[in-house]
Each structure stands twice: as C-alpha cells, then as structure tokens.
Design a protein around this ligand. Structure first.
Ligand SMILES: Nc1ncnc2c1ncn2[C@@H]1O[C@H](COP(=O)(O)OP(=O)(O)OP(=O)(O)O)[C@@H](O)[C@H]1O
Length: 286
C-alpha cells in the first residue's frame, strides 16, 4: 500500500491555480526516494504542504502514515535565532540533554561544541546538521527535505548530502532541490513540476528509457559542430548532445576528438533530462 496517494489534487490561491494535478494520480511508495524538481514557483513546496495537510486543496489525498512517522525540514526554520541549540534540542526531542540518544546524536552530527550557542551563531552547514539531527531523531519512516542545502557552499553541501545518504537508505524520502547533483545522489525517482503542472513522475531509469537518453556530451555553446541527426539542449554556456545508445555516443566522441573539440561526458545526466522534458512539453503546449 502506498504511504501517500494524491488523486486529482489542485490548489487555488487568490483566484490562481498554483497546483494543478487534476488529471493525475501520484503514489508515494514505501522506500521511494523522490527528487522533486522544477523552476521557482512551479508548486514544489505547495505539493509538500498538500501531502502534509497544511494547506486547503481540492481532490483526494490518502495518507497511510501517521504524523509522528513523518520527519520534515521545510524551507524556513521556525525557531527563533535567540534560542540556544540545547533549548531547541530539548524542545523537539522532548528529553533531557543528558539522554544517551541525544549524546550519541550530538557526537554523530558533530554538534557537541554548539549546544550552548544561540541559533544565530551557527553557520549554514551547522544549522542544517542540527536540522537533520532533529528531523531524524524520532526515527520517522518518511523524510521530507525542502531545499536542505540551499545557500551552502560546495563542501558543506556535499557533507550534508553524504549525511542524508547515510541516514536514509531504509527510509522513504522526498527531496525538493534546485541542485541536480543533490537529486542525482539522493533520488531514484523524479517528479517534475512546471507552472503547477506535473511534467513527469517516474524512476530516473524509466524516464531515460522513455526519452531514449543514454548520455550527455557537452561542448562549449559557441563552438561550431554540425551533426543534424543528434538531439541537443542548450544552456547559457553549453550545447549538450543527448545520445540514444552507446553506438551513437562512440560516434559523437570520435568525431569530437577528430575535430579537436573539448567535451565533457555524463551518463544519464539529470539536468539534461530535465531540460529536455521541459523543452518538449513547452513545444507541445505551443
Ligand atoms: N499562500 C499563497 N498565496 C498566494 N500565492 C501563493 C501562496 N503560496 C504560494 N503561492 C504561489 O504559488 C506558486 C507556487 O509556489 P511554491 O512555493 O509551491 O513554489 P516552489 O516550486 O516551491 O518555488 P521555489 O522553488 O521558489 O521555492 C508561486 O507562484 C507562489 O507565489
């Protein structure tokens, strides 16, 4: 039985449909690791709010999970900056700081030296380590992270991703993020929203198969390289060719090497897949 099922859901605010899942059903199965992606304002947080029953919606949501089994980190922390770390921990964990589970956690999340500090003193990475500790403390079955690494530098982001990886192998995970490498490392399914609508929801494996996407080969956008039979997407700086299979990949690489054109290569690149799916849908709408 799925943990959560959304059927024909929509959310209207100020006469505007901000989430429009009227013709779709979304099932979140136990053990799913779902990366929720989409541009700013596409409805990602709204969908999380619907799942958590924090917002009015039309349609049906079946929740086969109790609130106590859900661990949530939302985009904006609700704690006052003036609170001390130890106060927040006691409040959320509902036990004394001397409790062995707290002491173990402090050590595991490298928070021992921060317990007497006010929240405002903590760096972005430290705050997120604290958040993960609090979210995971009651051992929830479903974990929801909404832009957990937003604003962190490269090293802090990577250490948070590793931490989440190590803690969530046996959990169901919903992760909203604008960082594709984070989604790549943590998710095996993709849910793509665009302007409140669902563009795709499937395993990354299936999406690659459906779109015949084997690998992404990127070159500088301004370099001339003619290959009319190849699909590509463009970013501000790159032209990214999407190969269908190994044979096509080898041919492209051979030609690029022959023409002395530098390139990078990535199998099943999520950013390319996402850009392609969006481009395709926009074409269909036009
Ligand atoms: N309470 C509200 N009243 C009116 N409009 C709202 C409300 N909440 C969200 N919206 C609008 O709904 C749209 C979707 O918002 P949402 O926060 O779900 O997007 P998001 O995909 O999470 O964006 P981001 O990536 O920027 O966090 C946005 O245009 C937002 O301005």
């Amino acid at each position: 039985m799925p943990l959560v099922e959304l059927q024909q859901v929509s959310v209207v605010k100020k006469d505007r449909i901000i989430l429009d899942l009227k013709n779709v059903e979304i099932s979140i199965e136990k053990g799913d690791k779902i990366g929720i992606i989409g541009s700013n304002g596409s409805g990602k947080t709204t969908m999380i709010r619907v799942i958590l029953n924090l917002i009015n919606y039309k349609g049906t949501v079946h929740r086969h999970i109790q609130t106590k089994d859900v661990g949530i980190q939302m985009q904006h922390n609700q704690f006052s900056d003036l609170m001390k770390v130890k106060e927040i921990i006691s409040l959320v964990c509902n036990c004394s700081l001397a409790d062995s589970r707290i002491q173990e956690g402090l050590q595991r999340f490298n928070l021992q030296k921060l317990v007497d500090k006010r929240l405002s003193y903590l760096s972005g990475g430290e705050k997120q380590r604290l958040t993960i500790f609090l979210v995971i403390f009651h051992n929830p079955a479903l974990l929801i992270f909404d832009e957990i690494t937003s604003g962190l530098d490269f090293d802090s982001r990577n250490s948070i991703i590793k931490l989440i990886q190590s803690l969530t192998s046996d959990k169901t995970l919903l992760i909203v993020s604008h960082y594709f490498e984070e989604i790549e490392k943590l998710a095996d399914k993709l849910l793509i929203l665009d302007d409140g609508k669902l563009l795709a929801f499937d395993t990354i494996e299936n999406l690659c198969e459906t779109h015949q996407f084997f690998s992404a080969i990127s070159i500088d956008r301004d370099v001339a390289f003619e290959n009319s039979s190849l699909r590509f997407v463009q970013t501000d700086s790159q032209k990214i060719f999407m190969t269908k299979n190994q044979e096509e990949e080898e041919k492209v690489m051979e030609k690029l090497r022959h023409d002395n054109i530098p390139f990078t290569y990535k199998p099943k690149d999520i950013k390319t897949l996402y850009t392609y799916i969006r481009k395709q849908t926009q074409r269909e709408i036009v």
